[in-house]
Design a protein. Sequence first.
Length: 322
Amino acid sequence: MTVSKIWVFAEGSGGVVSSITCEMLAKARELAGTVECVWAGGDADAVAATLGAHGASKVLSVGDLGGSLAGVPVASAIAAAVAAGNGPDAIMLGTTYDGRDVAGRLSVKLDAPVITNVVDIVERDGGLAGVEPIFGGTQNVFTKFTGDKVGIFLVRPKSFAAEETGGGAAAVEALAGGDAGSSAGATIVTRHVEEKSGPQLDEAAVVVSGGRGLGEVANFQLIEDLAKALGAAPGASRAIVDAGWVPYSYQVGQTGKVVKPTVYIAAGISGATQHLVGMKGSKHIIAINKDPEAPIFSVADLGIVGDVHKVLPKLLEALQNR
């Protein structure tokens, strides 16, 4: 073991733990003898069984957030624990809205740097180093903390495979709060929940994504129809998200969502490096593009050189006839 204790900032809602949390727990178990979770939201008992099954020995509950931003009490509580000598050697957080909020606030409170966009954490020279992809994922950089500061790692989703250990429920303990300062005055006035239906992009076993090769916004319906026929989630390249064809929540890529489905279908997507970073870990990649030199074919397991406006309707027809 390289460190004695790692804390994982656990996220979820409605008693359901997020996938990124379980992924980080799998890696934390490899690195530390003791793995504990920090949870905010007041329903720690509801997630203790799941977190315990994935390797956490304790759930340190910050308590009910009320109308507060999660990052404020969580960062304050962790900083207080570190100051009292009860903190961890390293903290892992997901690259989510709340995860980034906690990391930023914690960095200021502890006067410690954050290693971001981490796809792996390894032992190097007696400490932990974050592995960060650069140049569109073509190269990796190893970044290591020096000194005795607590290591703060922001982890990219789908970097690790979640795996249960078969353990029982984690023990739940209260994590004392710290001084939140003027930030404590900020409150959430209203919440807007995005309407979702069908498989979610970052969790789906099959993803069908469309790109600029579709020609116009109306043709994205081909992607929606094929996704529905396959029980898949629809996705998109950055180009058509920027063009306003579909919401940002559809975007696959370095600045969108990282997906690792069993099957990824890229229709009319050239395969810019920015997009490849977000989907090249898929188990089986099928590319449809009329340009035989399109970069997407370099990562495809099956390539169809053809016009998406002809190929997709034929695929739909074949599925409907089965």
